[in-house]
Ligand binder design. Structure first.
Ligand code: ARG
Length: 467
């Protein structure tokens, strides 16, 4: 008896043939991905079924074998769903666990399933199928959040709050307009996901280990069965490319960046200092020591989770950096950042879509705060320009009036005509229309600006475009 036959029972049944020593116990655990890649099982089975159907059609499996494989795979899926499937670390990953169980269930036909493929093209296919399905769920969540934003914007079209630059009160804006800014960001976010789906929707299966296979496979047929729009046209690239995943992580980072900006505003606005909005108790927590506290945990967590998603993007870029063609075991590290991003993103979008409809605007507080910051100063300058002054000179005149207002603790609209006239003779009674917050808001009445009528039509247009 040779060494190798002596030890073959202790080595991995899928690839143990050339090994004479069993795998080190810790290396087994170290190298295994089954702990996390088992969530790919439904996609692995979907891919295997399509592969088996194609194999039968090209004559590499009999109909009976193909039927046995399909039935066996269905049973395995049922076992996995009902939590009765026994996952084995020795079998390394989701692929070998399923294949081994299949052979246990149906015998010889199970051993034929891997004809003309490798785990390398198998896993590359699985993660594309997984991500494609997740993308569809994510798009649904974005849509739900956008709808919530539209509803809130519609309700608050005429609510006035200070718009900020440098976090200093700048000009009055409609709260609806402010909400619609996030709607716009999410529209681009959804477009980015749709765009990255296109490149993701290309099938690597058939690339086999790296060079293709000697069997007369029909890749177009498998792609058709799996709903792929295209086939990866280079086998080396097909098994090793993960840039579709990097694109997804980058689009996800952008979504989280947007949600973190929104979170930051919600956190500021719900503080006692701003008090612009009220978040419901159901989305906040208390403090175990300070009884007065109501903490905006949900937006804070979303802001914090942004860091995880950026980290995942950096991980994936670094995992792929400098990898020689084609597949390397490094690629096994692609999964956790991907899965974590999908889960994080789904949860954050979901919680935002649920929370946005509960946001209560403290309209009076927003309004009064807007009155405090000389937010209509630009309107006064524009008024003077209309009366014939050059903008720079008008800017200077208004600067002086603001300084006077600060000194006398009065808003521009609270100065008398006599007081205003000191700064420029041309100022007349009609100035008070433009110095009011409503006047300022309504005057910005062109496409993309904040007047209530523009915001209303922006909302209407957006609703039409949101499918
Ligand atoms: N578990 C592996 C992964 O996630 C599957 C591919 C393994 N291929 C190999 N040649 N060892 O990447």
């Amino acid at each position: 008896m040779t060494n190798s036959t002596q030890n073959s029972s202790q080595t991995n049944q899928s690839w143990g043939g050339r090994f004479s020593e069993p795998t080190d116990e810790f290396v087994k655990i170290f190298g295994a991905s089954v702990f996390f890649d088992k969530i790919l099982a439904p996609y692995d089975i979907q891919g295997s079924k399509a592969h088996a159907i194609m194999l039968q059609e090209v004559g590499l499996l009999t109909k009976v074998e193909k039927d046995q494989i399909i039935e066996g795979l269905d049973q395995i899926l049922a076992e996995i769903k009902s939590n009765t499937f026994e996952w084995s670390v020795t079998l390394e990953d989701v692929h070998m666990n399923i294949e081994s169980r299949l052979t246990q269930l149906i015998g010889n036909a199970g051993k034929k399933l891997h004809t003309g493929r490798s785990r390398n093209d198998q896993v590359a296919t699985d993660i594309r199928l997984y991500l494609r399905a997740q993308l569809d769920d994510l798009l649904t969540e974005i849509n739900r959040l956008q709808t919530a934003l539209l509803d809130l914007a519609e309700q608050e079209v005429s609510t006035i709050l200070p718009g900020f630059t440098h976090l200093q009160a700048a000009q009055p804006v409609s709260f609806g307009h402010h909400m619609m800014a996030y709607f716009e960001m999410l529209t681009r976010d959804a477009e980015r996901l749709v765009d990255c789906r296109k490149r993701m929707n290309s099938m690597p299966l058939g690339s086999a280990a790296l060079a293709g296979t000697t069997y007369p496979i029909n890749r177009k047929r498998t792609a058709e069965l799996l709903g792929f729009e295209r086939i990866c046209l280079n086998s080396l690239d097909g098994v090793s490319d993960r840039d579709f995943a990097i694109e997804f992580l980058s689009a996800s980072s952008m979504i989280m960046m947007h949600l973190s900006r929104f979170s930051e505003e919600l956190i500021l606005w719900s503080s006692a200092q701003f008090n612009f909005i009220e978040l419901p108790d159901s989305f906040c927590t208390g403090s175990s020591i300070m009884p007065q506290k109501k903490n905006p945990d949900v937006p804070e967590l979303v802001r914090g989770k942004t860091g995880r998603v950026y980290g995942n993007l950096t991980s994936m870029l670094t995992i792929m950096k400098s990898q020689p063609l084609a597949y390397n075991k490094d690629n096994q590290e692609d999964k956790e950042p991907l899965f974590d991003t999908v889960d994080t993103l789904k949860a954050c979008l979901r919680v935002f879509a649920d929370m946005v409809p509960t946001i209560q605007a403290n309209r009076d507080i927003m309004y009064n705060s807007c009155k405090k910051g000389y937010t209509t100063a630009t309107d006064l300058a524009d008024y003077l320009v209309n009366k014939g002054l050059a903008f720079r000179d008008a800017h200077e005149v208004v600067g002086k009036s603001v300084s006077y207002g600060i000194e006398h603790q009065k808003d521009l609209s609270e100065l008398t005509l006599e007081e205003l006239k000191v700064f420029d003779e041309r100022i007349d009674n009609d100035v008070f229309d433009i110095l009011s917050l409503e006047g300022s808001l309504c005057a910005r009445d062109h496409l993309g600006a904040t007047s209530p009528s523009q915001v209303k039509s922006a909302i209407k247009e957006a609703r039409k475009n949101l499918s």
